[in-house]
Design a protein. Structure first.
Length: 135
C-alpha cells in the first residue's frame, strides 16, 4: 500500500473514532510532511537554523492537539499541516522581533525555544499580513 492511501485509511479511522489511528498517522505521513517542511524552509533566508524535522514535529503536535481533529481528506490534512508550519514560522518571527526590540523572552513550549529564523522577521510578518488580507 502506498503512503498516500495509507494516510487516507488512517484519516478515515480517526474520523470513525479509532483512537489508535492517531498514533499511526505521523509514521504514515512523515515523508510527505518532511517534504512540505523542507519546501517551507527553502523559502526562508539562508542561515535558517530550524530543521525540517523540528518543524514537522511541532506542526504535528499542533494538529493533533485540537480537541477533535476532523480532516475531510488527506488534502485537507496536508493543507492544515502547511498552515500549522506557516504559523510556527510566523510565531517564531514575532518572538525574534520582540526580542530585537528589547522584549523579554517568554517561556513557551520546548520546541519553540530551539527554532530560529535568520534574517529580518519583518519579511515573514509582511507576508503573513498580505496572506491574511486575501482571506
Amino acid at each position: 500500500m502506498n503512503d498516500m492511501s495509507e494516510v487516507t485509511r488512517i484519516l478515515s479511522a480517526i474520523e470513525e473514532g479509532d483512537s489508535r489511528a492517531v498514533d499511526a498517522l505521523l509514521p504514515a505521513a512523515y515523508g510527505q510532511l518532511r517534504q512540505l517542511a523542507a519546501q517551507r524552509l527553502s523559502r526562508e533566508r539562508p542561515g535558517q537554523t530550524l530543521q525540517a524535522t523540528a518543524l514537522v514535529h511541532e506542526a504535528y503536535l499542533r494538529l493533533i492537539g485540537t480537541n477533535s481533529p476532523n480532516w475531510r481528506s488527506q488534502t485537507h490534512f496536508f493543507a492544515a499541516a502547511a498552515e500549522a508550519m506557516r504559523r510556527i514560522l510566523i510565531d517564531n518571527a514575532r518572538r525574534k522581533k520582540s526580542l530585537k526590540r528589547g522584549g523579554r523572552q517568554i517561556e513557551g513550549n520546548l520546541e519553540a525555544k530551539y527554532m530560529a529564523i535568520e534574517g529580518p522577521p519583518e519579511d515573514l510578518l509582511a507576508l503573513n499580513e498580505a496572506l491574511a488580507s486575501l482571506l
